[in-house]
Design a protein around this ligand. Structure first.
Ligand code: GDP
Ligand code: MG
Length: 262
């Protein structure tokens, strides 16, 4: 893994940055694999909306389409853009864990997860903060109040996602309408409290596992409604393996919590 910010990955004893100004900032983490046609516009949009309040960290897995090069060129003209590159496609979960460790080391207070493909509207980032004062984790939810706010997904994928939400709630009891959503905002205290080294899941399970562990530790989770729009550029990287993993992972999490081994 090459780290452009000299960060040691997976080192949970990293000291917190004591720069008070920095600690009030928000870091938006964007994992990327072959997002060259999206990443430039997304960074530009975020920086236009939040020129100072938001820093950006892109975790790129050596995308063959040159995603990282686009980020590097934007770093020349814009502040607050960080890039970490990894040798190969290593999965969404480890990408986020790497980003969380960076956020902890640098002393960010709020950490946002966001996809690169414009399924998540950059304007919603500000809305997370309407709720962050009353919550430790805010999830951008497609399925609040028995509605479905998803645009342009094939019906099969929509049914699968909605069923996964119901299944997760039934098995775990966690009161979250959209547990697989990848658009969310953590207070840094949640990341500090969770044992990030224990989290091995990828894809959808990763989102479920983060929510479950936070919930079990007593952190307050709230949801805000979002409209999820399917990507118009590039391809989905989620696999059947990601779906299978989520099916057993919810049981694994439930059993571990029941026997006190979470
Ligand atoms: N760094 C990294 N990013 C990934 C990986 N898999 C997916 N992503 C990124 O994670 C985000 C969500 O993936 P996407 O394929 O859009 O998932 P979908 O919306 O569920 O179809 C996108 O920004 C992807 O580029 C991975 O293995 N490594
Ligand atoms: Mg997507």
């Amino acid at each position: 893994m090459s780290l452009q910010n000299n960060v040691a990955p997976h080192n949970l004893s990293l000291p917190l940055c004591d720069d008070a100004a920095k600690a009030s900032h928000t870091l938006v983490i964007i994992p990327t694999f072959n997002e060259a046609d999206n990443i430039g516009k997304l960074i530009a949009d975020l920086k236009e909306l939040y020129p100072i309040a938001v820093d950006i960290l892109v975790i790129d897995d050596n995308s063959p389409d040159g995603t990282a090069g686009i980020v590097r060129s934007m770093q020349l003209t814009m502040r607050g853009i960080h890039l970490m590159t990894r040798e190969r496609k290593l999965g969404l979960g480890t990408a986020y864990i790497t980003g969380f460790l960076f956020a902890l080391q640098k002393g960010y207070r709020y950490i946002v997860e966001m996809d690169a493909d414009f399924s998540h509207d950059p304007a919603v980032v500000a809305r997370f903060f309407d709720v962050m004062s009353d919550a430790d984790l805010v999830i951008g939810s497609r399925y609040m109040n028995n509605t479905v706010n998803v645009v342009n997904w094939p019906l099969g994928r929509l049914i699968l996602s909605k069923m996964a939400s119901i299944y997760t709630r039934l098995v775990t009891g966690m009161p979250v309408a959209d547990p697989t959503s990848g658009f969310k905002c953590f207070n840094v205290e949640v990341l500090r409290a969770l044992n990030l080294d224990k989290i091995n899941s990828q894809g959808y399970s990763f989102q479920i596992e983060m929510n479950f562990r936070a919930w079990k530790q007593g952190f307050i989770i709230k949801e805000i409604p979002i409209i999820f729009v399917d990507r118009t550029v590039g391809k989905s990287k989620m696999t059947h393996q990601n779906i299978r993993e989520a099916v057993w992972m919810v049981w694994w999490l439930k059993i571990k919590s029941v026997v006190g081994l979470l």
